[in-house]
Ligand binder design. Structure first.
Ligand code: DSN
Length: 438
C-alpha cells in the first residue's frame, strides 16, 4: 500500500471503476515507497503537485496563450497559466517564459523550428559523452533534418580537465563549421557548465547560444549551479527532474523577439492544446521551488552526490571526471571488474531494490545497450530525507551486490535491508516530501 495520500485517495475511487489499473497503480506506489530511486532524471513530486495534475483542468482545450485563446471558457486557465509564467520568470530571473511544452524534447523540437531551416548546422556535445537524443541523434528529428556537428570532452587521462568539456575544442569546432545554434546542457555531465565561456564562443562564431538545463534546473533555480542567464539567448528545460515538478517542459529567454518566435513554433508549429492540468501542477511546483526550503533541499542533493561519489571511489569504483559538482555521477565499473557491464549492474541492483540506469562512460567501447557504467543521481533519495550516512550505506550495498555478481543470497538480503531503510523514510509521510519539511 502506497504512503502517498493522493494515490491512496485516487485508488479508493479507482478500485470500483477500474480494478485492473487500480491494482497496477497500487503496485507502482509500493515499488516507489520500498526502493531507492537513483535515476538522476527522476524525483518524487509532492502530493500538491500530483494533486493539481489529477483535476478538472485536464478537460479543457486552451489552444493559444493567455488572453488570446482559440476556445471559449478559458477564464481560469488564463489565470493559472499566467501565474505559472510569472513564477517561472521569478524562479529563473528572466523576462519571458513559455510553460506549454509537453516535454523537454518537445521544447527542443520547437526551438529548432523557431531558429533553424532544414539542413542548417548546429553544434552539441558528442551524444555518447553525455548529450541528449534531441541534440542531434541520427534517428531523432534533430539529427535527420538538421546537420549536427559535435564537440568533445578532454579524453587525455593526463589532462587536469580529463572528461570535462574541452572549451578550446568547442571553439575550434564552432569556428570550423559556423553553426547557427550552439547547444550546451547535458543528460550525463557531472560538472559545472561555464555558460560565460560558451557565450564568448557563440559570439565569435555568430551562433545563438542555447542551454538545455533539463537536469540541473532545480540547482539553477536554487542558485546551486550558475545561471545560464545572462549568457544564453534561449533556455529549455524539463520540470520533473531536480526541479521536482510534474512531467513537462519549459522555455525561457530574455529576448522578446526570440520569445515570440518560440511561442509560434510551439503553437501552432509543433503542439496543439496545452496540458492545462500539467500547467496547473507546474505553477504549484514553481511555487514550492520559490520557498527557502527548496534551496536547502538542492544543497543537500549536491552534498549527497559528493558523499555517494566519494564512498564509491573508496570502494574501488571510478567516477568519471573524478567526482561531481551537481546531482549526478557516472560510475565506471571496469576498475572493479573487466567483465561487469552497466546492463548487468542495473539488473542486479534492481533485484536489490536500488534503481538506476546503465549509461555509457566517455569513450565507452561497449554499445549503449551494454555500457561500462551506470549513472546515479541523488534528487529522489534526497527528497525522501536521505543524507550522508545513507549514501555510505547505499555505496556498501552497491559494492556487495556487484562483487557477488548479483548472487541471489546477497541481493535478497540487501533487498530486505533497503526495504527496512525505506520504511524509516516514507516518501509522502506528512503530505510534503521529507526534505521539504526542513
Ligand atoms: N531521459 C532523460 C534522462 O534520463 O536524462 C533525458 O530526457
Amino acid at each position: 500500500m502506497s504512503s502517498d495520500p493522493i494515490t491512496s485517495d485516487v485508488l479508493a475511487l479507482l478500485r470500483d471503476a477500474d480494478p485492473e489499473i487500480a491494482n497496477l497503480i497500487e503496485k507502482e506506489g509500493e515499488r516507489q515507497d520500498t526502493t531507492i530511486e537513483l535515476i538522476a532524471s527522476e524525483n518524487h513530486a509532492s502530493p500538491a503537485v500530483m494533486h493539481a495534475m489529477g483535476t478538472c483542468l485536464t478537460n479543457k482545450y486552451a489552444e493559444g496563450y493567455p488572453g488570446a485563446r482559440y476556445y471559449g471558457g478559458c477564464v481560469w486557465h488564463d489565470q493559472i497559466e499566467t501565474i505559472a509564467i510569472d513564477r517561472a520568470r521569478s524562479l529563473f530571473g528572466c523576462a519571458f517564459a513559455n510553460v506549454q511544452p509537453h516535454s523537454g524534447a518537445q521544447a527542443n523540437a520547437a526551438l529548432f523550428l523557431a531558429l533553424l531551416q532544414p539542413g542548417d548546422t548546429f553544434a552539441s556535445l558528442e551524444l555518447s559523452d553525455g548529450g541528449h537524443l534531441s541534440h542531434g541523434l541520427k534517428v531523432n528529428m534533430s539529427g535527420k533534418w538538421f546537420n549536427p556537428v559535435h564537440y568533445p570532452l578532454h579524453y587525455d587521462t593526463a589532462h587536469p580537465d580529463f572528461e570535462r568539456i574541452d572549451y578550446d575544442a568547442v571553439e575550434r569546432v564552432c569556428m570550423a563549421h559556423k553553426p547557427k545554434l550552439l547547444m550546451c546542457g547535458y543528460s550525463a555531465y557531472p560538472r559545472e557548465i561555464d555558460f560565460k565561456r560558451f557565450r564568448e564562443i557563440a559570439d565569435k562564431c555568430g551562433a545563438i547560444l542555447h542551454a538545455d538545463i533539463a537536469h540541473i534546473a532545480g540547482l539553477v533555480a536554487a542558485g546551486e549551479h550558475p545561471s545560464p542567464f545572462p549568457h544564453c539567448h534561449v533556455v529549455t528545460t524539463t520540470t520533473h527532474k531536480t526541479l521536482r515538478g510534474p512531467r513537462g517542459g519549459l522555455f525561457l529567454t530574455n529576448d522578446e523577439d526570440l520569445a515570440k518566435k518560440f511561442n509560434r513554433a510551439l503553437f501552432p508549429g509543433t503542439q496543439g492544446g496545452p496540458l492545462m492540468h500539467v500547467i496547473g501542477a507546474k505553477a504549484v511546483a514553481f511555487g514550492e521551488a520559490l520557498k527557502p526550503e527548496f534551496k536547502r533541499y538542492q544543497q543537500q542533493v549536491k552534498v549527497n552526490a559528493k558523499a555517494l561519489a566519494s564512498a564509491l571511489t573508496e570502494r574501488g569504483f571510478r567516477i568519471s571526471s573524478g567526482g561531481t559538482d551537481n546531482h549526478l555521477m557516472l560510475v565506471d565499473l571496469r576498475p572493479k571488474s573487466a567483465e561487469l557491464t552497466g546492463a548487468d549492474a542495473e539488473r542486479w541492483m534492481e533485484n536489490a531494490g536500488i534503481i538506476c540506469n546503465k549509461n555509457g562512460v566517455p569513450q565507452d567501447p561497449r554499445p549503449p545497450k551494454q555500457t561500462s557504467g551506470v549513472r546515479l543521481g541523488t534528487p529522489a533519495a534526497t527528497t525522501r530525507g536521505f543524507r550522508e550516512p545513507e549514501m555510505a550505506r547505499i555505496a556498501d550495498w552497491i559494492e556487495q551486490v556487484l562483487t557477488s555478481a548479483g548472487a541471489a543470497s546477497v541481493t535478497g538480503r540487501v533487498r530486505e535491508e533497503v526495504r527496512e531503510l525505506c520504511g524509516r523514510y516514507p516518501i509522502w509521510s506528512t503530505g510534503e516530501p521529507a526534505a521539504a519539511r526542513g
